[in-house]
Design a protein around this ligand. Structure first.
Ligand code: GLP
Length: 258
C-alpha cells in the first residue's frame, strides 16, 4: 500500500485516528479487488482497526464477503473453538462482525495431530490462494512479528515455536489473566512467509512500543529484532501513533497526519 516502494512511516496523532484511516484504506483496496487475500494479526493493537472495518461493513461502506484471510499464528494445543485461541479472537473482533464467510477464513490448527504437516498445509494454502496481497502485522515489545521471536536464527517457513516468557505474559489476557494457562508453544508463519506478502502494513500504537518501533525502523537488520527485516521488503508501511513513534527520527518519517 506504500506509494514509494520502501519502508514508509506514517504517524497519526492517536490510535483511534490511525485505526480509522487504515480501515478506510483497506476498505478501498477491497473495493478495488473484492477477493483480496488479507494476512491478519491478533493482539490488542488491531482490535480498533477490526472494529472500524466492521463498522464500515455495517454502514454499507465496505464489503468483506469475498475477502480471503490467513492469520499469522495460533497456539499449539488449542483448536479453533477454544476461547483462548486466536481463531476465537478473530471471530469475535472481525470475522463475525464483518461477515467474513467461514470458507474464506484460513487458520493454523494448533490442535492438529501432526503439526509439521499442518505447517506445510498452511504454506500450500497460501500459495494456492495466489499469495498474500496485504499483510497486517503488529509488533511484540521484543520486536517479534507473528510469533517469530528474537533468536540467533529465524525460521523462513511456517513452523512450531517456543514462546518467550514476555510473550506469554502479554497474551495472558486471553486466558483470564492466568499466565500459566498460556500455551508454551505456537505455530507461526515464518519470516519468508511474511516477507513474501505483496504489501505489508505494521500497526503499532502506545508508548510500550517506542523502543521496538525505533529499532525496527532505524536499527540494524538483525535476527534479534525480527521486525527489522521489514526494511528489506519493497512495500512496507508502518502506521504509528505519536506515542509509539516518539523515538523515530524525523528523517525516517514519511508523513505525519494531524
Ligand atoms: C502477539 C501476536 C503478535 C502481535 C503481538 C503484539 O504475540 N502473536 O502477532 O503483534 O501479540 O500484541 P499487542 O498488539 O497486544 O501488543
Amino acid at each position: 500500500m506504500s506509494p514509494q516502494g520502501h519502508l514508509h512511516v506514517t504517524v497519526f496523532p492517536n490510535d483511534r485516528v490511525a485505526a480509522r484511516a487504515l480501515a478506510r484504506r483497506l476498505a478501498d483496496a477491497i473495493a478495488e479487488q473484492p477477493s483480496l487475500v488479507l494476512g491478519l494479526a491478533t493482539g490488542r493493537t488491531p482490535i480498533r482497526l477490526y472494529h472500524e472495518l466492521s463498522h464500515l461493513v455495517s454502514r454499507g461502506q465496505a464489503d468483506l464477503s469475498q475477502v480471503r484471510t490467513f492469520n499469522l499464528d495460533e497456539f499449539v494445543g488449542l483448536d479453533g473453538s477454544h476461547p483462548g485461541s486466536y481463531r476465537q479472537f478473530m471471530q469475535t473482533h472481525l470475522f463475525g462482525p464483518a461477515g467474513i464467510p467461514a470458507e474464506h477464513i484460513h487458520f493454523l490448527n494448533g490442535a492438529a495431530a501432526n503439526l509439521e504437516e499442518e505447517c506445510d498445509r498452511y504454506e500450500a494454502a497460501i500459495a494456492d490462494a495466489g499469495g498474500i496481497d496485504i499483510q497486517i502485522l503488529g509488533i511484540g515489545t521484543n520486536g517479534h512479528i507473528g510469533f517469530n521471536e528474537p533468536a540467533r536464527e529465524l525460521c523462513a517457513r511456517t513452523h512450531r515455536v517456543a514462546l518467550k516468557a514476555s510473550t506469554r505474559h502479554s497474551n495472558a489476557g486471553l486466558f483470564g489473566g492466568d499466565e500459566a494457562a498460556v500455551p508454551k508453544e505456537a505455530l507461526s508463519m515464518g519470516m519468508a512467509t511474511i516477507l513474501r506478502a505483496k504489501s505489508i502494513v505494521l500497526l503499532a500504537t502506545g508508548k510500550s512500543k517506542v523502543s521496538c518501533v525505533a529499532q525496527a525502523v532505524q536499527g540494524p537488520v538483525t535476527t534479534r529484532m525480527p521486525a527489522s527485516f521489514l526494511q528489506l521488503h519493497r512495500d512496507v508501511e508502518l502506521v504509528l501513533d505519536e506515542a509509539a513513534a516518539k523515538d523515530v527520527r524525523d528523517s525516517e518519517r514519511s508523513q505525519s497526519i494531524g
